[in-house]
Design a protein around this ligand. Structure first.
Ligand code: E4P
Length: 218
């Protein structure tokens, strides 16, 4: 399973990269706004900076909601770097745009996925990645991980090549359960990735090893 970090913050991207386990980055308009990145030129420059930091797929989302606008924005994003994956929302125009990008060798990430039906449409259109939002589904008192498992089963049965990118990860346990459910990729806040490190028995065990070593060597 690939690990992407879900942020537009260069410091966090650098920290995740330093761990040596990072395969890519996802962003969205909210994450870009959170970093204060506004205006087309600044947005494109920020994506370029991310591409220079990480040698992996970088999802950059279109803002346009109409087909022509998505194509124009997606082409400009794809021109930044070969690792850019154009992120397109699951709408009627979005599906048409994904098909167009697929036919023109531009890779896509179909975002805002909340049902298996949407996942089938995105795969039919040729999306490279599919982003089901598991945390937001859990927020509604449904089961986000259940959706990942259902999509994984459908994609296996149908032989779809689209990779399942579990998004809207909120906890380290989401990462573990997404892996179990068959996600190909998880995109997570840095805090959830670092949360995987934690276990009190690791800390206790290490303290004991160091104490025994010190005793034996003093
Ligand atoms: C990333 O691709 C998604 O846009 C992101 O994971 C959504 O996360 P959120 O539900 O925490 O905003």
């Amino acid at each position: 399973m690939k690990f992407f970090v879900d942020t537009a913050n260069l410091e966090q991207i650098r920290e995740a990269q330093d761990l040596g386990i990072l395969d890519g980055v996802t962003t969205n308009p909210s994450l870009m706004a959170k970093e204060g990145i506004t205006g087309e030129a600044n947005v494109l420059a920020h994506y370029k900076a991310i591409c220079e930091l990480v040698d992996g797929d970088i999802s950059a989302e279109v803002i346009a909601t109409d087909f022509e606008g998505m194509i124009k924005e997606g082409q400009a994003l794809a021109e930044i770097h070969e690792n850019i994956v154009v992120k397109v929302p699951m709408t009627k125009d979005g599906v048409k745009a994904i098909r167009w990008f697929t036919d023109h060798d531009i890779r896509t990430n179909c975002t805002l996925i909340f049902s298996a039906g949407q996942a089938i449409l995105a795969a039919k259109a040729g999306a490279t990645y599919l982003s089901p939002f598991i945390g937001r589904i859990d927020d509604m008192n449904w089961d986000g991980i259940e959706l990942i498992a259902q999509i994984a089963e459908i994609y296996t049965i149908q032989g779809y090549q689209t990779e399942i990118l579990a998004a809207s990860i909120r906890t380290p346990l989401h990462i573990v359960r997404a892996a179990e459910a068959g996600a190909d990729v998880v995109t997570c806040p840095l805090s959830s990735i670092l949360g995987l490190l934690k276990h009190p028995l690791t800390d206790i065990g290490l303290a004991q090893f160091l104490a025994d070593h010190k005793k034996a060597n003093s």
